[in-house]
Every structure is written in C-alpha cells, then in structure tokens.
Design a protein around this ligand. Sequence first.
Ligand code: FES
Length: 67
Amino acid sequence: MVVTGEEELAICVCGQSNHWPLCDASHHTLGGEGPEIIALDKEKTYLLCQCHRSKNAPFCDGSHERI
Ligand code: FES
C-alpha cells in the first residue's frame, strides 16, 4: 500500500480491521485496543506492509517477495 502526502496514520493493532494495516474503527464494535498513531513526513512516500511478514511493520521490508 502506497501512502503519500500524509502527516499521520492510524495503524490497526487489534487485528480486526478490514483495511489492514489501517484502522477502520472495527475495534469500537469488536473490542480490542485502539490504533497506534504514527507520524509521517508528508513530503515522503511510504510503502505499508499488507502481507503481515514485514519485520519493520507497519512498513514494507520486501518480505512479500520471499514468500
Ligand atoms: S480496527 Fe484495529 S485498531 Fe482500529
């Protein structure tokens, strides 16, 4: 997932979001902890992990290429 122009993101830590790695507020109805807010440089582009294997979550570290 490519993210650009954002100053912060709400990252799901409850594991129930349908838009993982982003929080979709499912934690409100399904329970669990709320999101982790991470600060970004809005001038930069970021790649977020969607394969759940990154050792640098929530960012992609290329692990999906080794699956
Ligand atoms: S949906 Fe998981 S933290 Fe919000």
